[in-house]
Write a protein that binds this ligand. Structure first.
Ligand code: MOS
Length: 737
């Protein structure tokens, strides 16, 4: 940025500050650290879903040249349980097999190839038991979750009287919607490099949460978190699967200790399916009742999802139904079925993505039943407040989103009759849906240092999971410090830096951004106070409110010739730097306002009438997400979310063998995700939204809202094109024929 732009650096489409490093290979990912004497770990995985290891023969593996250890439950060091939060892990402490793909051994060798070969020679004999693998056949065993729905909500909630609301409705829609198991598929697999330096453990880990990884691994190993240093400088995507440490992370540390050498353990693509979480299968019932005029009288959303036999994860599908529409009678519930599979986990907008498919499809069905335009139906039930929490919105621009999106998309030209729009042989369908995601924020700390040479360093834990954290934090720091972006260095990704939350729940910009903003503002203010109190400064005796900070200098607002550079001030005081730290955390605003992002998704599909092939051919999304920190990365975040939603709607489906629980499409050839040819021009629009309540920067988070409502908008467009309502994802051609 050039002089004069400083105070407008926030929101600018700054290129990624780490872009050059990334395209030149200079950005080091967790499997790329050149560590001396590095050994390679490869895990052995169970091939059954339930039972015991009766015998495990490692003799042939141990004979392979270069093999340093074959670690199984027979010789693994003792672990210390599951302190430190996150998922329950399997770290070779017994012979019990809980799911297919469970790590049941680690082979360590001097080369990766030797470790792979040795791992293939380990012979395992199981006492196999009959696993429970099918949720639909086991709904009788569904139970009320013991824990809270993510972000501390009860599993069940109701307002008013749902039965009365349904009984008095003139029109009802009651349907079941299902979504399959889906896997995250980040380009970078999970990877851990574990290095012991005496009692100190260094972990280079592909994680969305360095501090959460540190605590978990320390808990499993029974050591102090202070003795674990986790580093994660670049992450090649997470989408939730890297939001908690899985079994292979402590296993890498245990293996490194056992062979007394650093160990690198990278999961192969096939190993990314099973032991590291997935989006669970869901079965959802939605009941809507409405008056003839389209006012909702009843809204019921009940979701059942799978969890493992030893841990609980709840896909919070029905949470959105609690706040998204005004309705006097609302009932929501979550149930779980235990299966002999790995524990599911967060996957991009967990609950909001899968749940909005059901709810927003049902709203479209209701619009057809009432013969009311789907946007108009949503406007007639517009929630002016969050009735569930009994709070006003901190800000809500959903009306503007509907309007802006509809106008850009050309919605008024839509003939609502199914099969009424064609392009040559193709059936054309237009569908829409509401998008929403909560605005989350957690405590975060940062230190800002203004250096004697006029540059600045900002240090904060956190991690850039590919979303642009380095870049937007550079902009936040530049704004706060009054220093150009090219003179700012952001240090992230190391637990020796100030503490920050997991990069999940779309909360990094709000949480870490607030701490960087406060630390930067405080450092600038300290420096300014030095000048104002210094008789040798031209600014001596001026009032702070009359000073502008720009381009590494202070100016008098009305007399810009009265100025002093940061360098001059620091030099005159003989200081190498001036620094300030900040601990930023949410305050009482959470009790006063309900905070959510909102948006409207508009999809156009073309369906080949004889073959049932669906192509998404156009997309317009309009969003109110508070302040944008960077117009370019924000656009990318939303586009990424929509692409993820296209995959969810049309392709993604993890197929599990019903006998042994093995995932049969565990690679990117068989598990389909959208490629460029599957993705149309996507137009992302933002409503100008100023939210003074959410956090000091007014940002609401953009990582996940893009995938919400997306699958429903496509399903609704497919209905419009074909007259066929598909309530079971993904919408593959067999379902349309
Ligand atoms: Mo996200 S599913 O909160 O990493």
């Amino acid at each position: 940025m050039k002089t004069g732009d400083i105070n407008k650096v926030l929101g600018k489409p700054l290129n990624r500050v780490d872009g050059h490093l990334k395209v030149t290979g200079g950005a080091r990912y967790s499997a790329e650290f050149p560590v001396a004497k590095l050994a390679y770990g490869v895990t052995i995985q169970s091939t059954i879903a339930k039972g015991k290891i009766a015998q495990i023969d490692t003799r042939a593996a141990e004979q392979v040249p270069g093999v340093l250890a074959v670690i199984t439950h027979l010789n693994a060091p003792k672990a210390f349980g599951d302190k430190g939060g996150g998922r329950k892990l399997q770290v070779l402490q017994d012979n019990i097999v809980l799911y297919s793909g469970q790590h049941i051994g680690v082979v360590v060798a001097d080369t990766f190839e030797r470790a792979m070969q040795a791992a293939s020679l380990v012979q395992v004999r199981y006492e196999e038991e009959k696993p429970t693998l099918n949720m639909k056949d086991n709904l009788a065993n569904a139970y009320v979750p013991q824990g809270k729905v993510p972000r501390n909500e009860p599993p069940d909630k109701s307002h008013g009287n749902i039965n009365q609301g349904l009984a008095t409705a003139a029109v009802r829609v009651e349907q079941t919607y299902t979504t399959p198991v889906e896997n995250h598929n980040p380009m970078e697999p999970h990877a851990t490099t574990a290095v012991w330096q005496g009692e100190q453990l260094l972990l280079y880990d592909a994680t969305q949460g360095i501090f959460q990884c540190q605590e978990k691994v320390a808990g499993v190993l029974g050591i102090e978190p202070a003795n674990v240093r986790t580093m994660s400088y670049y992450v090649g995507g997470g989408f939730g699967c890297k939001g908690s440490a899985w079994s292979h992370v402590p296993l890498a540390a245990m293996a490194a200790r056992q062979v007394n050498r650093p160990v690198k353990l990278v999961l192969g693509r096939i190993q990314m399916y099973g032991p590291v979480g997935y989006r669970p299968e869901t079965i959802q019932q939605v009941s809507l009742g409405a008056t003839r005029e389209g006012k909702l009288t009843a809204l019921r959303h009940s979701g059942t999802s799978q969890t493992s036999t030893f841990d609980e994860f709840i896909e919070p599908v029905a949470k959105t139904a609690r706040m998204i529409y005004a309705c006097p009678n609302i009932e929501t519930s979550h149930r779980l079925v235990r299966l002999d599979e790995g524990t599911p986990t967060f996957m991009r907008a967990p609950g909001e993505a899968s749940g909005s498919f059901a709810l927003e499809s049902a709203m479209d069905e209701l619009a057809y039943a009432l013969n009311i335009d789907p946007i108009e139906l949503r406007l007639r039930n517009y929630a002016e407040t969050d009735a569930d929490k009994g709070l006003p919105w901190s800000s809500k621009s959903l009306r503007q989103c509907y309007k802006l999106g509809a106008s850009r998309f050309g919605w008024q030209k839509r003939n609502p009759k199914p099969r009424s729009m064609r392009d040559g042989n193709y059936l054309v369908g237009w569908g829409m849906a509401t998008a929403t995601y909560p605005t989350n924020r957690s405590p975060a700390s940062a230190i800002a240092q203004i250096m004697a040479d006029g540059t600045a360093v900002v240090r904060t834990g956190s991690q850039d999971i590919g979303t642009g954290t380095y870049t937007v934090m550079t902009q936040v720091a530049a704004e706060a410090l009054g220093i150009p972006v090219n003179k700012i260095r952001i240090e992230l990704g190391d637990t020796t830096l100030p503490k920050t939350p997991v990069s999940g729940g779309s909360q990094t910009a709000a949480s870490v951004g607030s701490s960087v903003h406060l630390a930067g503002t405080e450092a600038r203010s300290k420096l300014m106070q030095l000048a104002l109190a210094d008789q040798k400064s031209p600014l001596y005796g001026s009032k702070a409110e009359d000073i502008i900070a720009e381009d590494g200098s202070f100016f008098l607002k009305n007399k810009s010739s009265t100025t002093e550079t940061y360098r001059e001030i620091l030099a005159r005081h003989g200081l190498k730097m001036i620094e300030a730290s900040a601990d930023a955390k949410p305050g009482e605003e959470k009790e006063k306002y309900s905070m959510h992002s909102f948006g409207a998704q508009f999809a156009e599909v073309r369906v080949e009438p004889d073959l049932g092939e669906v192509r998404v051919t156009r997309w317009v999304g309009a969003y109110g997400v508070g302040r944008l920190l960077n117009a370019k990365t924000a656009n990318s975040q939303l586009v990424g979310g929509i692409v993820y939603g296209i995959g969810m709607a049309l392709m993604e489906h993890t197929v599990i063998d019903p006998h042994r629980g093995r995932i049969v499409n565990a690679d990117l050839a068989e598990y389909h995700v959208p490629v460029n040819a599957d993705v149309p021009a996507i137009e992302v629009l933002f409503v100008d939204e100023h939210d003074p309540y959410v956090n000091p920067l007014g940002v609401k988070g953009i990582g996940e809202i893009g995938i919400t409502g997306t699958a429903a908008a496509i399903a609704n467009a497919v209905y419009h094109a074909t007259g066929k309502r598909i309530r079971d994802l993904p919408i593959t051609l067999d379902k349309l024929l």
